[in-house]
Write a protein that binds this ligand. Structure first.
Ligand code: PRP
Ligand code: URA
Length: 205
């Protein structure tokens, strides 16, 4: 099972307020920021570190620093709402962009943009708030793998069982970090109970 669900009570609290249809875009953005921070911490728990010696005002101290550069790749446009907290946590992170948009009738994702930094030897965090059919995530993970990404993790705020299965099938070695695993998809491939269209709620469109 490649799915890791957040267990912190604050994660459940934030997801409930994200689901609430009365939550306005400004609060929605703050909540998205907070939950992304929790997801990023969970997805980087196993990052490798190396020994480093620094001089404190009093004496020499030996500690550890991160050994591997990090890359964050949002799936546009909703994934953009998850980037800033990760940049705040890891200021040296490189950022790539993958633009995918689901067709309203078929729910199949169409690619419209891709710009990625070097990926080999780096932990790549692919961020997208919603994992519905899994089509967008599978597409983006394939692009990242073709461009040399080997150490990948997928971060979603809400996942569906269908989406998790699709990613597990196509990319069995990629761990998925999610704040909630919902019941399923409706006829239009929206997650139930879900929180609606994340991009629309984030950007007030
Ligand atoms: C949403 C969401 C994911 C995708 C998930 O984006 O942000 O990228 O749908 O659905 P899937 O798992 O079935 O592929 P959308 O295509 O609506 O674009 P947007 O971010 O520009 O709103
Ligand atoms: N994209 C969204 O924003 N919400 C869903 O429920 C499914 C796809």
């Amino acid at each position: 099972m490649s799915l890791h669900l957040l267990t912190h009570p604050l994660a459940a609290h934030i997801v409930t307020h994200l689901r609430d249809e009365t939550t306005k875009p400004a609060t929605f953005r703050t909540l998205a920021h907070q939950i992304s921070l929790l997801l990023a911490l969970e997805a980087t728990r196993d990052l490798t570190t190396r020994e480093s010696t620094v001089q404190t005002p009093l004496e020499t101290a030996t500690g550890r620093v991160l050994a591997k550069p990090l890359v964050v790749v949002p799936i546009l446009r909703a994934g953009l709402g998850m980037v800033e907290p990760i940049v705040n946590l890891f200021p040296d992170v490189s950022i790539g962009y993958i633009g995918l948009e689901r067709d309203h009738a078929t729910a199949v994702a169409r690619s419209y943009y891709c710009k990625l930094p070097p990926l080999a030897g780096r932990r790549v965090l692919l961020v997208d708030p919603m994992l519905a059919t899994g089509g967008s995530a599978v597409n983006a993970l394939s692009v990242i793998a073709q461009r040399g990404g080997e150490d990948l993790a997928l971060l979603n705020i809400v996942a569906s069982p269908e989406g998790v299965r699709a990613v597990e099938l196509a990319h069995p070695r990629v761990p998925i970090y999610a704040a909630a695993l919902d019941r399923g998809l409706d006829d239009r491939k929206y997650i139930l109970p879900g929180l609606g269209d994340f991009g629309d709620r984030l950007y007030g469109t």
